[in-house]
Design a protein around this ligand. Structure first.
Ligand SMILES: *[C@@H]1O[C@H](CO)[C@@H](O)[C@H](O)[C@H]1NC(C)=O
Length: 585
């Protein structure tokens, strides 16, 4: 099967129609002419109108860019196909304010240029002042290979629209808006790359064209167009090539831009639709670092997000705009930063905030945690340390078992989480100052647990230990005294109660509570850590065959829960057995 051919909406006509109908629902300032697939501003302001559009499948371009400060109207075609000249003509003549003239901005694709061009001619014939700017920012394919096809328009187009839209909103003339749109277009260079072709709903693509595992197509267009090469490379290698295609002046075949390190540049890192926002963040960081290290460029603006997609394309594009003088009262940056009331425009940072780029807030002096109040509970420092070391090493040594059990009944990360916590405490013990104050000792451990362990078990350990510290303090004697099993038992009991406020887990739920409860109960009864640890072990073993009713095990728990104990309970029991062993030494 062709990759990513799963969809919620399979009929391409229905898909495009419903997506357009959704736009006025999210932005009441715009309206939809569904017959002609036009999205337009309800109260077309008295300003130069900006009209754009093209095939569908590039959302939020362009329909979601309609709104105050950006586009006045957008005309959509079917997926990856230009709208007809008639659709565009109707938009210019009947859907936008044409008193002060209309600027049409399109990307350099044959169909778009012809259809929008024809509509422009017709509108002019009807006596309307109309200009057209064609954007060809793509540096993906060099001149030789590009041949007659010329440079295509990709994500850099949105910079042209945004800046022109903001200028028009300020009341500039058609002549100025057109000139600035062209200036932005002339100073913008972009390149895309993708790990896969996209599947167009309702269409069958040839499979032999698909990229192999690990291969990336450098320069891929926004309609699955071939780029300049396919290769296997990592992200840094990919970004290096992409930036070089955009910036190198040595490359005779390209050398499209004249951006130098002296220029102010705007960077736009655009999601082609299928990259997770998390991954796009990592990509953006890589691009900014390479711009700085390799090209000595520090962008004055960084826009990262989803602006022009290729359906759910598993790729991204980089656009660079050289900030040029507009010769007007408003600079390109100011116009770019200006807010726009369009649901698809996601760049939220204001000029004032950008101006403070590089400033750092004075950090408050980092302290090594909060001051811990001393207590009267005394421990033998060497013994406390060696006991804990024995216990932690025992916990670390059973990590493979815990992991194995958790792979069967959980998501496999329990063992590693416990091991990471244990190792961090061991590391802390190497450097921490010896203390005979139990609460100071315990608080050192708590601080490590809180930062080194995450997930549910990390939170449970942290809450339990904090409550234990509180319980110990409450049961603290009035003069310095060694801590007794009786004090431990009371404090443990109150920390169990505290834990109950945050988790409903009780023995029988197949969690670490099955080891913790018997431990605390037995310790209260017998005041013997040895017996208490063995009770914990029995409790953990008793979870074999229990059905989980809480925690992630409920969702992922598969076959095999009869054979293995709950991994969290097993880990805790081993830790407690280790404590008991350590005290005997
Ligand atoms: C658009 O493509 C044509 C060829 O189809 C090319 O001649 C032209 O230079 C391109 N325009 C831009 C703005 O890149």
């Amino acid at each position: 099967m062709f990759p990513a051919a799963k969809h919620f909406i399979h009929d391409p006509t229905h898909l495009v129609t419903t997506a357009l109908l959704s736009i006025p629902r999210t932005n009441p300032s715009v309206q939809c002419d569904i017959e002609n697939k036009i999205i337009y501003r309800k109260n077309g302001a008295s300003q130069v109108s900006i009209v754009s559009g093209g095939g569908s499948g590039h959302e939020p371009s362009f329909a979601s860019f309609v709104g105050a400060g950006l586009l006045s109207g957008a005309v959509a075609g079917t997926i990856f196909a230009s709208p007809s000249a008639e659709q565009v003509r109707r938009c210019i003549l009947h859907r936008v304010n044409k008193e002060k003239g209309v600027l049409v901005v399109v990307m350099n694709y044959t169909g778009d240029v012809l259809n929008f061009g024809m509509a422009v001619e017709k509108a002019r014939a009807a006596g309307i002042e109309v200009d057209m700017v064609v954007v060809g920012d793509d540096a993906g394919v060099g001149r030789a290979k590009g041949g007659k096809v010329g440079r295509r328009g990709i994500a850099g187009t949105v910079l042209v629209q945004k800046i022109a839209g903001a200028l028009a909103a300020k009341g500039a003339s058609l002549k100025d808006v057109t000139r600035i749109a062209q200036l932005v277009a002339d100073n913008t260079v972009s390149i895309g790359s993708s790990l896969s072709h996209v599947h167009v709903p309702g269409r069958r693509e040839p499979e032999e064209d698909e990229l192999k595992e690990g291969e990336v197509e450098i320069g891929m267009g926004i309609h699955n167009e071939a780029g300049s090469e396919r290769k296997s490379t990592d992200l840094p290698g990919l970004v290096k090539t992409m930036l070089s295609h955009c910036l190198s002046t040595a490359d005779q075949d390209r050398s499209f831009s004249k951006i130098t390190e002296k220029d102010e540049v705007v960077l736009l890192v655009n999601n082609l639709g299928g990259v997770s926002p998390l991954e796009l963040g990592g990509i953006t960081n890589e691009v900014v670092e390479q711009l700085s290290e390799t090209h000595k460029m520090r962008p004055v603006r960084v826009l990262s997000g989803t602006f022009m997609t290729s359906l759910n394309g598993l790729g991204f594009s980089i656009s660079l705009l050289r900030v040029a003088d507009t010769g007007l009262g408003s600079s390109m940056l100011e116009l770019l930063d200006a807010p726009a009331e369009a649901s698809g425009w996601s760049a939220a940072i204001s000029s004032g905030t950008w101006a403070k780029q590089g400033e750092v807030k004075k950090q408050e002096e980092q302290t090594d945690g909060e001051e811990i109040q001393p207590s009267n509970l005394r421990v033998e420092p060497a013994l406390a340390k060696s006991t804990l070391v024995t216990a932690l090493n025992r916990l670390i040594s059973v990590e493979p078992d815990v992991t194995k059990y958790d792979t069967i009944v959980g998501d496999g990360d329990c063992g590693i989480g416990l091991k990471r916590g244990a190792e961090s405490i061991l590391k802390m013990l190497e450097t921490a100052k010896d203390t005979d104050d139990l609460l100071i000792f315990l608080n050192h451990i708590i601080q490590v647990v809180e930062v080194s362990m995450d997930g549910t078990s990390g939170a449970i350990y942290a809450i339990f230990l904090n409550a234990l510290a509180h319980g110990l303090r409450q049961n603290s004697p009035t003069s310095p005294q060694p801590v007794t099993p009786g004090i431990w038992a009371k404090a443990l009991d109150s920390s169990l109660k505290a834990l109950g406020k945050y988790t409903p887990a009780k023995p029988g739920d197949r969690t670490l509570m099955d080891a913790l409860y018997p431990f605390v109960e037995t310790l209260s009864k017998t005041e013997s850590i040895d017996e208490a640890a063995r009770a914990a072990q029995e409790g953990a073993q008793g979870t074999k065959g229990m059905k989980a009713s809480l925690g992630r095990t409920v969702y992922v728990g598969g076959e095999g829960f009869q054979e293995v104990p709950d991994p969290g309970a097993h880990g805790l029991a081993e830790l407690l057995l280790g404590l008991s062993d350590g005290m005997k030494k």
